[in-house]
Design a protein around this ligand. Structure first.
Ligand SMILES: NC(=O)c1ccc[n+]([C@@H]2O[C@H](COP(=O)([O-])OP(=O)(O)OC[C@H]3O[C@@H](n4cnc5c(N)ncnc54)[C@H](O)[C@@H]3O)[C@@H](O)[C@H]2O)c1
Length: 254
């Protein structure tokens, strides 16, 4: 049995990941979450809450002593913890620098010292900025355009540097916009739905002609499970956008 440290596991994607992985008796899960405004214990299913293979720790990923203690108990880290709303990062970027960059760095540093099996950094397609090439591939230039995207890009490249410099088993994932259950209503799809319920206007930025890729959160979780189960020697140092996960892992593995 393997133990996974799921940081930010009480948030949107982290809770969907936890609720799915707990069904597999091969995994124990420790969620580390600060429970900011977007973290919610109600996001855990009854099955998760009742499972003897699930435990919850309230805390900050930038708390080095706590992270060091938890690192002794686990095999795999998957780092979802972040401040995630672009608009908030424009108003106040301090929490973004603290969690998205410093917090990720503390996790990577303690992971390096503990020498565990694999570290999955959940980055974001926002690190690419606006599309210069369509469709965007993992080779698209990194050109973040908001404080959120810049701190995520910094953590993404720090994770890569830890792989390149110390040969650490790090994998980076850059999902596009996810949608589905447990999403905090400030994000576009739940925001539009709740505004429509209340007969409020549905504003779009710019001309309304911008396009975005969307990914159902449970498909995202399936891809992440594939990354957890793939041969780490074949995928360490890789960057994955979700749509490529199965294709790329198959290429590497066979
Ligand atoms: N939602 C998307 O569409 C999307 C797309 C691409 C990438 N991502 C990335 O996926 C990850 C999860 O996104 P989400 O939408 O589930 O976010 P979310 O805002 O729903 O959840 C974030 C979680 O992190 C926790 N957290 C925040 N600061 C913390 C800290 N210092 N220590 C411990 N926990 C902390 C919060 O309490 C919350 O539970 C993030 O890293 C985000 O950048 C999200």
């Amino acid at each position: 049995m393997k133990t996974i440290l799921v940081t930010g596991g009480a948030g949107f994607i982290g809770s969907n990941f936890t609720n799915e992985l707990i069904k597999d008796p091969n995994y124990k899960i420790i969620v580390l979450d600060k429970l900011t405004y977007s973290g919610n214990l109600d996001n855990f299913s009854d099955e998760t809450k009742k499972s003897p293979r699930f435990s919850f720790v309230r805390g900050d990923i930038a708390d080095r002593a706590l992270v060091r203690k938890l690192m002794k108990k686990i095999d795999i880290v998957i780092n979802f913890a972040a401040e995630t709303h672009i608009d908030r990062s424009i108003v106040n970027y301090d929490p973004f620098v603290h969690t998205d960059f410093i917090g990720s760095y503390v996790l990577l540093d303690e992971f390096r010292k503990a020498q565990k099996e694999r570290f999955i950094q959940i980055s974001t397609s926002e690190v690419y900025g606006s599309a210069q090439i369509v469709p965007m591939t993992e080779e698209h230039p990194i050109a973040p355009q908001s404080p959120y995207a810049a701190t995520k890009a910094a953590a993404d490249r720090m994770a890569y540097a830890f792989y390149k410099t110390y040969d650490l088993p790090v994998v980076i994932v850059r999902p596009f916009n996810n949608y589905g259950p447990n999403q905090y209503p400030e994000k576009l799809i739940p925001f539009f739905i709740t505004n429509a319920w209340e007969n409020k206007p549905l504003y779009v930025y710019g001309t309304g002609k911008n396009t975005r890729d969307w990914l159902y959160v449970k498909d995202c979780v399936r891809a992440l499970k594939t990354i957890i189960e793939a041969d780490i020697k074949a995928i360490k140092g890789e960057v994955f956008k979700q749509r490529k996960v199965h294709e790329k892992i198959i290429q590497h593995t066979f």
